[in-house]
Design a protein around this ligand. Sequence first.
Ligand SMILES: [Zn+2]
Length: 329
Amino acid sequence: MAIVCAAFFAFPGIVSTQELRPQTLMLAADDLNSSSSHVSTPTADDISPGSNSSHLSTPADASIAQTDAAKSLIPDAIYYTVQEKHSFAVQAAHWGVPSKILLALNPTFSMNSVLQAGDKLCVFRANAQSKEPLSIGRASRGRLQHAVPMPEGEGYFLRSYRPRSWATRNTIEALITAFSAYAQKYPEGPRVNLGDLSKRRGGKVTPHSSHQSGRDVDFGLIVTDAPDPKHPEHFQYANAQNLDAEKSWFLIHALIKTGEVQKIYLDAKLQKLLYVEAAKTLNDEELKAIFPLPRHKDSASAIFQHWKGHKNHFHVRFKCPAKQWRCKS
Ligand SMILES: [Zn+2]
């Protein structure tokens, strides 16, 4: 199966007006050439974004407007792998991409295509017309525009049903950075179960009260138990006996070190187990900035906060992207 990821605006006629923003209508001369010139065969790197560290240092070409593309960690093209046989439309729904847009990105397929396990389709492509992802409103009442999907990569796995795998640029880049560090440190370690992010255009994500504006991410805790073979995508409950505190703390610390984490919600009993691990290397001041326990005068402003029910995963709220005044933290 040929794998292509078409320049998105090679097919403006089948892109919904909702997706065509005024700025994107300013097609470059290249975009007006025959469509075949827009079909590019991705390199091996493109096909498995995040699968090796070269992704993390490869500067994007001048493909991302309004950002410093040279610093971007997000691949120009992001491909998802079909997990099981599905019709084109069902697969599009499972990835949260409108069928017409998925088709525009993958013109060698048709609406009648039946996708087979292992097929790789482009779900996102940055180009000169791309606009910066925007987080609008609050995490509990907000939306998202021009979102970026979390790539497949090492150290973690995305669920097969992933319409909630979209977020802001700073959120996705923080995840890529932290998982890259985790995969490098623990190449044989368990892959982290990555839960919900946001929908492509944000808004209500049942049953969550937040996850609406591209800044919330649920992570499975790393435990020493084997995953449930019948339900490998279910989060596993953690306790003092099974929590792999060293690996869990390593990943959480890697996230915090990106500077993009606003809060982390986790049951207080599990926080204590991570505190023991963190105290091996951090000083008192650093610990107080991260942990509210044992209680201290700045507990309310610590990064970790207790949230009932968070015993089988931790929930990270990322900061508003810089200079986005409509984003409410
Ligand atoms: Zn959550």
